[in-house]
Design a protein around this ligand. Structure first.
Ligand code: F6P
Length: 323
């Protein structure tokens, strides 16, 4: 290895910058030249590559987002797009690529690696839905942002004895919603993995009210069949019969925009550094993730073909804690 490149792809996640910094500085430490690809796979397809020195990644470890820019790139999903990307890497004499991103990005990394190009993935998405890593970059910070919102909503909810519904991100995965509900002491949680009838939500809220609770808070995942918009509509339509209003807050992208906390800075730094270490050993076609507390590699072929399962025992824990 002499020259490596790094890119960030898909939804930005707090900690991506710390990972870029780690890749650049540990790469330089090995005597390599390091390059940054601007705006994810779009920059590979359109030849947008810059050299990165140690100073270029100074003062970014504490910043959310990604200084390289990110994108979702439909062109890279075509063979023609991937061939263009490969040509860009070859024209710049780049020996290997590090891809910091989630599911779609790592599927792209796998495709490149199947074209015999050396690629290493770094597990990054606030959704925590990537096979090969128990925690991905940005999850912890996104959870803390959701919790801050919930703590605040509980204050106003208690003052008015109101029911609140908070929708969190997570695409098709209920991890963020489930963890937010447990750590935030919510009354109920709705996740995509378990279909929940709106009447069940109403029954739970009514039961909580009878228990004398000052507020009732439901966390719902954006990917649930009945997400915030659908539940809001249902509760409006059946207001008379159900007997109460539901105030709705959709957190959305607010969750992605935070400054990374200590956990994400350290996770990102360790994964970024592990990626260059693996390249130095001549290993590639793998994803760097967190497994049993250690940074460990999983073949990209496995990452691309397996779905990470949510531990549904935690749903039972959430239920047991609501008294
Ligand atoms: O994958 C991260 C994520 O934030 C998901 O939780 C969400 O569904 C999606 O990205 C939103 O994508 P975009 O930023 O492209 O609207």
């Amino acid at each position: 290895m002499k020259r490596i490149a790094v890119l960030t792809s898909g939804g930005d996640a707090p900690g991506m910058n710390a990972a870029i910094r780690a890749v650049v500085r540990t790469g330089l430490d090995k005597g390599w030249d390091v390059f940054g690809v601007r705006h994810g796979y779009v920059g590979l397809v359109n030849d947008n590559i810059v050299a990165l020195g140690a100073r270029d990644v100074g003062g970014i470890i504490q910043q959310g987002g990604t200084v390289l820019g990110s994108s979702r790139c439909p062109e890279f999903e075509t063979e023609e797009g991937r061939l263009k990307a490969l040509r860009t890497l070859q024209q710049h004499d780049i020996d290997a690529l590090i891809v910091i991103g989630g599911n779609g990005s790592q599927r792209g990394a796998h495709e490149l690696s199947q074209m015999d190009y050396p690629v290493i993935g770094v597990a990054s998405t606030i959704d925590n839905d990537l096979y090969g890593s128990e925690m991905t970059i940005g999850v912890d910070t996104a959870l803390n942002i959701a919790l801050e919102a919930i703590d605040r909503l509980k204050i106003t909810a208690s003052s008015h004895q109101r029911a609140f519904l908070v929708e969190v991100m997570g695409r098709e995965c209920g991890y963020l919603a489930l963890m937010t509900s447990i750590a935030g002491g919510a009354e109920f949680v709705v996740i995509p993995e378990v279909e929940t009838d709106p009447e069940v939500v109403a029954a739970r809220l009514r039961a909580d009210y009878r228990k004398g609770k000052a507020h009732a808070l439901v966390v719902v995942a954006e990917g649930a069949k009945y997400n915030a918009d659908k539940l809001r509509l249902y509760f409006q339509e059946h207001r008379e019969r159900l007997g109460f209003d539901l105030r709705v807050t959709i957190l959305g992208h607010v969750q992605r925009g935070g400054a990374p906390g200590a956990f994400d800075r350290l996770l990102s730094t360790r994964m970024g550094a592990a990626a260059t270490d693996k390249l130095a050993l001549g290993e590639h076609g793998i994803l760097m993730g967190l497994l049993k507390g250690e940074i460990a590699a999983t073949p990209l072929a496995e990452v691309a073909t397996n779905k990470k399962q949510l531990d549904l025992r935690l749903l039972e824990l959430a239920r047991a804690l609501n008294k």
